[in-house]
Design a protein around this ligand. Structure first.
Ligand SMILES: Nc1ncnc2c1ncn2[C@@H]1O[C@H](COP(=O)(O)OP(=O)(O)OP(=O)(O)O)[C@@H](O)[C@H]1O
Length: 226
């Protein structure tokens, strides 16, 4: 079953006379449990596409359907709940809260949602990611790779259907990058999540089930897996 469908998606930025077509008619279908890599040159539209899929930004036209639901029909409040429950975000700079320890960082989305922490699941995720012994540490006492694994655990804790990662290893050396992505791939596979990763790193893209290439706001390869 498709967990995500993007139909003729356009995002145009207008600055005076100049129009930038960040996305120019993107069509994409992603199956549940798939690991997709999005590649393309700088400015090709990768982050714009990820932000539309995650409901962080509104398209100029076109449709994003997640789990059968058209995001354009949702009001801002509903979108916030949708993001919190169905999407896990992982960013290049980790975005951890420095005054909170690792456990507090990981469970933050659950707290924000006002729901109860599934302690068994927290244990499973942190053990899979090799950070179960770091729960009381502050982020500043961890290496970059460990901090990114905390950010991954935080993205997974709400059991999202889709995990979106924008250059998640951009700040890590190549060996740590591949370790982190392999862990992310293994955890999302174990937890049956769909994983979409933007990367400039070929070795990381090669770990994906499918590589989607985007150029000048258009998909030029890998839009369909059939
Ligand atoms: N808020 C904005 N206002 C105007 N133009 C924008 C805005 N956000 C993005 N753009 C433009 O849209 C295009 C696509 O940007 P986007 O960030 O999606 O590219 P990208 O492929 O993620 O690039 P990178 O690999 O460098 O992160 C670029 O030309 C960018 O300058």
């Amino acid at each position: 079953m498709s967990v995500l469908e993007v139909i003729d998606l356009k995002k145009y930025y207008r600055q005076g006379e100049i129009v930038t077509k960040a996305l120019d008619g993107v069509n994409l279908r992603v199956e549940s449990g798939e690991f997709l890599a999005i590649v393309g040159t700088s400015g090709s539209g990768k982050t714009t596409l990820l932000n539309m899929i995650g409901g962080l930004d509104v398209p100029t036209s076109g449709t994003v359907i997640v789990n059968g639901e058209d995001l354009s029909t949702k009001k801002e409040e509903q979108l916030t709940i949708f993001r919190r429950r169905y999407i896990g975000f992982i960013f290049q700079n980790y975005n951890l809260v420095s005054v909170l320890n690792v456990r507090e960082n990981i469970i933050l989305p659950v707290k924000l949602d006002g729901t109860k922490v599934d302690e068994e699941y927290l244990k499973q995720v942190t053990e899979l990611l090799g950070i179960a012994d770091k729960l009381k540490n502050k982020p500043s006492t961890l290496s970059g790779g460990q901090q990114q694994r905390v950010a991954i655990a935080r993205a997974l804790i709400t059991k999202p259907q889709i995990v979106l990662a924008d250059e998640p290893t951009g700040n890590l050396d190549s060996k740590t990058s591949e370790e982190v992505i392999s862990l992310l791939k293994m955890t999302s596979y174990t937890l049956n999540q769909t994983l979409i990763v933007i990367t400039h790193n070929d070795a990381i893209a090669q770990l994906a089930d499918r590589i989607v290439r985007i150029e000048d706001g258009k998909i030029v390869g890998g839009a369909s897996n059939v």
